[in-house]
Design a protein around this ligand. Structure first.
Ligand code: 13P
Length: 256
């Protein structure tokens, strides 16, 4: 049985006072569900310390939205895995579609980032997903297979719990148009097969979550699918009330 993971990607939102208010308010509203699900808040770098101050010692974990693959040196503007550990992060998102499409991140860069992160003790949420054009031309499974295979190539994974793959179709991100549970489950089943070819039996324990317009209205249906082990939530994670509901409803739906 895979324990669901629900992660809040705040993207480039939240000043310090806002982050503190949101994290505090979320913690007040959400019960400790550690036995049933993992919950991660992923704010921008500049407020990691603020959110850490709120969640430290609680059931909620801290993550970062990006990382560089070198540990130290002349890489102006970059942040290393060790720095993220030092800032209290247990998790890091790698290969988010906004980084791939807006900032030109390649599959090879994603691969280097994952290796460096795992080596330094961070757990990784690898994002993959197709564009609308790729889906409409029927190339989505090929694209996703390529993304997963390159991202995970030559990887030493000591525990399946340290890697989460998020299927985030680009056309569903921030659009209010989520993939149907069936659509997402089908693609995520394919991702599980590819992961199985790479890691063997261990892949059964790797969590594959869905992201793209997740809300309190659709979380139960999505998590009810056999290959959907949680969610990566963007817009709906910016309000304490809706994030707390998503965590609670998602956890309940996966336990049933
Ligand atoms: P939305 O939930 O706003 O669609 O964003 C999804 C996402 O990109 C999470 O990483």
């Amino acid at each position: 049985m895979r324990k669901p993971l629900i992660a809040a990607n705040w993207k480039m939102n939240m000043l310090r006072w806002e982050a503190q208010e949101l994290a505090r308010s979320f913690l007040e509203k959400v019960p400790d569900l550690t036995a049933y699900s993992d919950v991660v808040l992923i704010p921008p770098f500049t407020v990691l310390d603020v959110v850490r101050g709120v969640v430290d010692g609680t059931h909620v974990k801290l993550g970062a939205q990006n990382v560089f693959w070198e540990e130290r040196g002349a890489f102006t503007g970059e942040i290393s895995p060790g720095m993220l550990r030092d800032a209290g992060c247990e998790w890091v998102i790698v290969g988010h579609s906004e980084r791939r499409h807006v900032l030109g991140e390649t599959d090879e860069m994603v691969n280097k980032k994952i290796k460096a992160s795992l080596d330094s003790g961070l757990n990784v949420i690898l994002c993959v997903g197709e564009t609308l054009e790729e889906r409409e031309s029927g190339k989505h499974l090929k694209r996703i297979t390529g993304q997963v295979e390159i991202a995970l190539s030559q990887l030493e994974l000591d525990s399946p719990h340290r890697l989460v793959i998020a299927y985030e179709p680009v056309w569903a991100i921030g659009t209010g148009k989520n993939a149907t549970p069936d659509e997402a489950d089908y693609v995520q089943g394919t991702i599980r097969e590819i992961t199985g070819n790479i890691f063997g039996d261990m892949a059964e324990e790797v969590r594959i979550v869905y992201g793209g317009s997740v809300t309190e209205e659709n979380i139960q249906e999505l998590i009810g699918e056999p290959n959907i082990d949680g969610a990566l939530v963007g817009g709906a994670s910016l309000q304490a009330e809706s994030l707390a509901k998503i965590v609670q409803m998602g956890t309940e739906a996966s336990v049933v």
